[in-house]
Ligand binder design. Structure first.
Ligand code: FAD
Length: 317
């Protein structure tokens, strides 16, 4: 059975949910082999074993953390050359997409980004044109490199005892041209990361100002959700740009997406329309977001959100 390489997306060894989803799929497609680059594998071992990584390739050389993308691509390219896997799967984060593109160029093979489905014969459901069209795509040459959006399917455990194999990192000079000089963790408190979150609560211009986000954060915290924002809100400086959802922001695909005071412009929809269930709160019953929403509440968000919060508090006892 061919291996399917999964590049482990992690923060200091804490494996993201998107990676566990990829391992789940890799087990269906072949033998799941995780590729862990950088420091912190100690913190990752348990999760990788629980989600069925039969092999864990570990590239612990500090060069991987010192230089973004390039050394990781070099590691993956070497592993593909040595083991001829059926496919390489990466999480479709900004960095994951860059790794995927560069790796495909280096391998002379095809790349698919923003996959939201993947069949046994490696045909992907892929979103194109800002997410307005869903197409079936397959790589026709070389080892398919596929970047998959988090939350595209559930992560299911299937424990194994992995074989851990250290790998050498031999980056070319061009792989180390960019150097990481500092790492700053965005202030986000205990909230989940937008890309990984099962629930996202987003606010837009309807909030009327930065203070309106206190309401959004209160609702998000009761739901264990991440906070998103429309570009109108981030451009106005009401919330950080890193939280922007949409064509020029982050792409999310949670189980539940709450759009509060957001009109539903095409560029916003591009970043959230594959959410499994969409709930919109808007005082304008003609707002385009209602065309997309599974559930809509026509009303003033300053009335509706406090009632939602009160109801959640009541239910949590
Ligand atoms: P608005 O469109 O102004 O909508 C506010 C909504 O709030 C209205 O529907 C209103 O009825 C409702 N409302 C007002 N008060 C209340 C209240 N008290 N209670 C309930 N509802 C209320 N946008 C993004 O979001 N993400 C992107 O990545 C993005 N990229 C873009 C890229 C390009 C190239 C361009 C041109 C635009 C992009 N935009 C993006 C901007 C996009 O076109 C919209 O302008 C933006 O999404 C609007 O944000 P909004 O829905 O918060 O504001």
């Amino acid at each position: 059975m061919s291996q399917v390489l999964v590049l482990v997306d992690h923060r200091d060894g804490v494996v993201t949910k998107g990676t566990l989803e990829l391992l789940t799929k890799a087990r269906e497609l072949g033998e799941a082999a995780a590729v862990f680059c950088g420091a912190g594998v100690e913190a990752a071992r348990a999760a990788l074993a629980e989600y069925g990584a039969a092999t864990v390739y570990v590239a612990a050389d500090p060069v991987v953390d010192q230089h973004p993308v390039g050394p990781t691509v070099a590691v993956l390219a070497d592993l593909v050359a040595q083991h001829g896997p059926a496919a390489v799967l990466v999480v479709a984060s900004a960095e994951g997409r860059e790794v995927a593109g560069r790796l495909a160029v280096r391998l002379g093979s095809g790349v698919i980004t923003d996959a939201v489905g993947l069949s046994a014969d490696l045909v992907c459901d892929q979103q194109v044109f800002g997410g307005s069209t869903l197409v079936k795509s397959a790589v026709s040459r070389g080892t398919p490199v596929i970047a998959v959006r988090p939350n595209s399917w559930p992560a299911e455990p299937s424990a194994v005892t992995p074989t851990e194999i250290p790998v050498d990192v031999a980056p070319a000079a061009a792989d180390t041209l960019a150097t990481v000089v500092d790492r700053v963790r965005e202030a986000g408190g205990d909230r989940p990361d937008l890309a990984d979150a099962t629930i996202v609560v987003s606010g837009g211009r309807g909030l009327g100002g930065p203070d309106g986000f206190t309401l959004i954060e209160g609702l998000a915290d009761r739901l264990g959700a991440a906070v998103g924002a429309s570009r109108a809100a981030t451009d106005a400086g009401w919330y950080p740009h890193v939280n922007q959802v949409g064509q020029t922001g982050r792409t999310v695909s949670p189980q539940l997406y709450l759009a509060v005071g957001i009109s539903g412009a095409i560029q916003h929809r591009a970043g959230m329309q594959t959410s499994k269930t969409i709930v919109a709160v808007n005082k304008d019953r003609e707002a385009p977001i209602f065309e997309l929403a599974d559930f809509g509440i026509v009303g003033d968000l300053f009335d509706v959100v406090p009632q939602l919060v009160a109801e959640l508090d009541k239910r949590s006892g």
